[in-house]
Write a protein that binds this ligand. Structure first.
Ligand code: SF4
Ligand code: SF4
Length: 676
């Protein structure tokens, strides 16, 4: 037990450290509150459960980097358990004759867990130490062309890690030594409920003078517990704030209808002066929490197609730069210094080229273990660039003009019904078939792009064959605005959305079903129009086909096809979780599937999303579509199957450049062929 002087010193230390920690956490809260919107605290009990689940399951951490993730699990759980251990150690050190459940089975289990978790944590942190400082795992670093805070580039992240690793080593290591001193003193080295400390006691301490053992325990207690208390004020200033900010992030972020749902502006509201994000505080509060939660693990960077192909974009660097800016200006930002608050994100967080390199694939959001959403920051920066600065890649001007003037980014003035002329049956408009059961949303690609026309023709053939009463909007359909939105032109998206909602509601589509062959239209119509007054039941054609087969309305000829591989479109698989249906349909059409390394939720973008379809790819070392096409070719499949007109275009282009070694077809084309 501690002496009265030691107890006094400990109380003083606790008061000083808690006061300093309180100030740090208060500054964090003040900074977060300066962002836009509010953290989502509705249905708090449910959200607390979400936060607790994130804390104990460690988010999505084990989906990638298996060994690192398992060891991180051990460290995190050990660290959490040590909150209890530290509390009990403090009580045992400061209360007269207090020994937690000594001689009781629960107490023995507790001591066993404390000792075992201690060993697991030590093994874990030694692994992390070796990984970063001996083996220099390349995934922990960013390429030179990425904008990264000079201190982070110069090893700041490593130093932060080193401090924390040494803290844990000393905290847990000395706790184990302290227990070993006690075992040697009390049990002569035989306490099998604490096996690791017992080995140390038996090997080093049994037989040493009692005064030395007592001194050893006091020293160990002070290093272990004293360090834990002194670490509290350090927490808000280190990336290890992720321990609690990660769960807070999961708990307080908005409920998203799909992975990367963007917030909507009301353009009728004249009080809004700023659209998009020029500086950090134009971002939503949840995206300021992201910076505090970021563990700087680079998982998002590793998954990012833009980074992977040598562009300037690293979603990890964006979060790390935000974090360094916050760290360096904590007090000023907490006090609301306008001078510091108004520093543009483009000055320190991300380069302009990186902003325009994003394909909006959502991989960064999907892999982040602490629930960060870097893609949504980029979308907000684009909105500022387009709506406030009028500064965007020249090529986008054509697509914007096309959507504004002709209702499609192709700038085509052809009829939207031209694709129907190749069919041997009539495709009715809603005026011609007002009692339709299902609206076939053709989309701009389906209407004007020759390859996508084949897909829409196949979908219409399948619906016709299955006896579904369907109709199209014909020339009343206009672009959904997906590309405008992802390119930052929120106002144009709003205009297109309002026009389409008016048309759809007038046709009574709100009470019927929509089927579309475009995952972007699928997302926009089904999920993004809701907030603007358009509530529709929308199916991707692969879902509709799977349903028709399931209901026995569509029978296929059961022939065997040559092996195929399927490229999951980001806005179908990752963003909306439609992964099984295309595969079910391919199997029914007689195809054997050879999966690419990255498939399903982990699919790799085709390179067209995020409005990249309408602009030149940013400078890098490889084209995204060629990279993906090479992956498809490695499967040795004869046909690359797609489920999105943008993916189809990108894969056709890559195929042409590589000498056409594969066929590229939509799922619907294979199904239509299997009907005959
Ligand atoms: S959305 Fe995709 S391209 Fe954009 S930053 Fe995230 S991972 Fe990279
Ligand atoms: S944003 Fe998420 S995935 Fe990316 S570095 Fe930070 S914690 Fe890791």
């Amino acid at each position: 037990m501690l002496s009265p002087i030691e107890k006094g010193l400990f109380v003083l230390l606790v008061i000083v450290c808690l006061t300093a920690a309180y100030n740090g956490f208060l500054q964090m809260a003040q900074i977060i509150s300066r962002g836009q919107g509010k953290l989502n605290l509705e249905e708090l009990p449910r959200r607390l459960v979400v936060g607790a689940v994130a804390l104990f399951t460690q988010g999505r951490i084990t989906r990638h980097r298996k060994l690192t993730s398992i060891l991180h699990w051990g460290v995190a759980w050990g660290f959490l358990f040590y909150f209890i251990v530290n509390g009990i150690d403090i009580l045992e050190g400061t209360l007269n004759a207090f020994h937690f459940l000594r001689g009781h089975i629960i107490g023995d289990i507790y001591r066993f867990l404390a000792d075992t978790f201690g060993a697991i944590v030590l093994i874990g942190v030694i692994y992390f130490l070796l990984r970063r400082f001996v083996f220099h795992d390349p995934v922990l670093y960013a390429r030179d062309n990425v904008k990264l805070h000079p201190k982070a580039r110069a090893g700041g992240i490593g130093k932060d890690s080193l401090v924390v690793i040494f803290f844990i080593l000393l905290h847990i290591g000395f706790r184990m030594l302290g227990v070993a001193f006690l075992i040697a003193q009390n049990n002569s080295g035989n306490d099998f409920t604490q096996p690791f400390a017992n080995i140390i006691a038996q090997t080093f301490f049994v037989g040493l003078p009692p005064s030395f053992l007592t001194f050893g325990w006091h020293l160990s207690w002070w290093i272990s517990i004293g360090l834990a208390v002194m670490f509290l004020p350090y927490f808000p200033h280190t990336k290890h704030a992720h321990l609690f900010m990660g769960p807070v992030n999961f708990m307080t972020r908005p409920d998203r209808q799909y992975l990367a749902e963007m917030h909507t502006y009301d353009f009728e509201d004249e009080s809004i002066e700023q659209f998009g994000a020029a500086n950090l505080f134009d971002l939503e509060q949840t995206h300021i929490v992201d910076a505090f939660a970021c563990i700087m693990c680079n998982r998002c960077q590793q998954a990012c197609p833009a980074y992977h192909t040598g562009k300037e974009l690293s979603p990890a660097a964006l979060e790390i730069n935000k974090r360094y800016y916050l760290k360096e200006n904590m007090a000023a930002l907490a006090n609301g210094s306008q001078e510091v608050m108004s520093i543009p994100l483009l000055d320190y967080a991300i380069s302009e080229s990186a902003v325009w390199a994003c394909t909006a694939c959502g991989a960064c959001i999907d892999v982040c273990p602490v629930g960060n959403e870097p893609m949504l920051d980029i979308m907000d920066i684009r909105r500022n660039q387009v709506l406030m600065e009028s500064n965007f890649p020249d090529e986008l001007q054509g697509a914007f003009r096309g959507m504004e003037r002709t209702g499609n980014p192709w700038m085509s003035i052809e009829s939207r019904l031209a694709w129907t002329s190749a069919l041997d049956f009539d495709v009715p408009t809603v005026a011609e078939n007002p009692n339709f059961e299902c609206l076939l949303w053709v989309g701009c690609a389906g209407a004007f792009n020759p390859e996508a026309q084949k897909t829409v023709q196949s979908v219409a053939t399948i619906l016709h064959h299955a006896g579904v009463s369907f109709a199209v909007l014909g020339d009343d359909e206009t672009c959904t605005g997906d590309s405008a939105r992802r390119a930052g032109n929120e106002y144009l998206f709003y205009e297109l959305a309002m026009s389409n909602i008016k048309t759809l509601n007038a046709a009574g589509v709100d009470k019927k079903q929509i089927v579309t062959s475009c995952p972007h239209c699928f997302t926009t119509l089904g999920k993004e129009y809701k907030e603007l007054g358009g509530d529709y039941t929308v199916y991707h054609h692969t879902q509709m086909i799977a349903n028709l087969i399931g209901q026995g309305k569509l029978r296929l000829n059961g022939r065997n096809l040559e092996p195929v591989t399927f490229h999951d479109p980001c806005y179908l698989g990752r963003h909306n979780g439609v992964i099984a249906e295309p595969r079910e349909v391919l199997a029914k059409a007689g195809a054997t599937l050879l999966e690419m390394d990255r498939h399903g939720q982990n699919s790799f973008c085709c390179g067209a999303g995020g409005a990249q379809m309408w602009k030149e790819e940013e400078h890098g070392t490889a084209a995204v579509n060629a990279t993906r096409f090479a992956e498809a070719r490695r499967t040795r499949a004869k046909t690359l199957v797609v489920g999105c007109p943008f993916c189809a275009q990108m894969m056709h282009d890559a195929n042409r450049e590589s000498g056409e070694p594969m066929q590229v077809k939509d799922v619907a084309e294979l199904v239509a062929e299997a009907i005959g």
